[in-house]
Write a protein of this length. Sequence first.
Length: 131
Amino acid sequence: MVALAVQDAAKNGDRSENGDYIYGKKRLREIDSRVRFISKRLESLQVVRETPSDTSRIFFGATVEVEDQHAVIQTITILGPDEFESSRGEVSIDSPIARVLLGKSVGDSVRLESPGGERELEVLDIRYQRS
């Protein structure tokens, strides 16, 4: 669709002053760049189907319930950097909260530096979705 728009814009004459053509070419470069990025990511991705042998500790794929010092309970799921959706309570394994929780068990407490200040979190529950 973008390629057709560029092709149509090119028919309009002088390309150096043709806004539709210039914008269309820019969009095509952005799309091409994104396709190359995704292709490279697909080559290095690894699908994780099994739950860890020790399900009493937090690892990739865990859904964790934590409580902060103000008795606010939060449930998060630790996923890969390309698959998380923060609005659904999913966080990247590279996020600060995931990094401090990895390897912890129920009852463990961790300190998390956040934009709102330091938070202390206690692990209340750990579960893994069976595939």
